[in-house]
Design a protein around this ligand. Structure first.
Ligand code: IPE
Ligand code: IPE
Ligand code: MG
Length: 241
């Protein structure tokens, strides 16, 4: 029997104490999860979409105000057409049903221009209909960190700027409505960032999981939060004496 010690903080308390305001996920490993089960890669994306719903709700329940998920990168267009279409269909389906997530404000970060008109409309409707809700969910779709920075610089040039500061850039990034990520979690065993939130992650903490994304559980989020809460973020300074 596990007896809860009075002094053991709950995960919610740890989130609060550690100042975990923004968690970001590189949801990797759907394809390998499926092929290792002799299933088509698309089945992995379908399972991944279910886990994504569950994890987003859990992050909200433990009090994390902002969550970002990497759903489709600017480089993922290099995949077979059938796989790209399957991922887009899942995202469209999610967007069509997502209104029901009553406390979440949806933001699609990335370049929506190349998306089909009907899909873009659905995403923009969802953004409009959910604006101002207390929890933020950023879904990175056709997102690339480099493309985002280039887009930001071009926006500043168009506005007539000839000299720019760091805050000028931050102010025109896709994520200008939320703080920088405190914790970036990547599943799927790869130890890289794959063009995700390059500017915003300057001082993020990283947590890598060996699990494939469809295997991720609420308990794994608890582990990541505990790991984060036990770290010292020095921001280039020194530990306080
Ligand atoms: C999902 O994982 C992430 C997306 C690009 C949609 P993958 O599809 O990259 O799965 P693996 O890495 O091939 O296993
Ligand atoms: C990163 O995963 C992109 C998403 C999770 C959407 P990838 O599978 O595309 O990354 P690489 O190709 O292994 O770096
Ligand atoms: Mg991958």
């Amino acid at each position: 029997m596990i007896v809860k010690n009075e002094t053991t903080p709950t995960i919610k308390e740890l989130v609060e104490r550690a100042g975990l305001r923004h968690i970001a996920f590189i949801m990797d490993g759907n394809g390998r999860w499926a092929t290792s089960r002799l299933l088509p890669r698309e089945a992995g994306h379908k399972a991944g979409a279910e886990v994504f719903r569950k994890i987003v709700r859990y992050c909200k329940d433990i009090g994390i105000k902002c969550c970002t998920v990497y759903a489709f990168s600017t480089e993922n267009w290099n995949r077979p057409k059938t796989e790209v279409e399957a991922i887009m269909k899942l995202l469209e389906k999610y967007a069509a049903e997502a209104d029901g997530e009553k406390e979440i404000s949806f933001h699609f970060i990335g370049d929506k221009a190349p998306l089909a008109d009907a899909m873009r409309e659905k995403l923009e409707n969802l953004e409009r209909n959910t604006a101002g809700r207390p929890y933020i969910l950023n879904i990175a779709l056709n997102y690339g960190g480099r493309a985002e920075i280039v887009n930001a610089v071009n926006t500043l040039i168009e506005a007539g700027k000839t000299e720019i500061t760091e805050s000028d850039i931050s102010a025109v990034l896709y994520t200008n409505h939320c703080p920088d990520p405190d914790l970036v979690v990547r599943t799927g065993k790869e130890l890289r960032i794959s063009n995700f939130l390059l500017w915003q992650s300057a001082y993020a903490e990283y947590y890598f999981s060996e699990k494939m994304w469809p295997e991720l559980t609420e308990g794994d989020i608890d582990e990541a939060v505990r790991s984060f809460a036990g770290r010292k973020r020095r921001w280039g300074g020194l530990d306080e004496a």
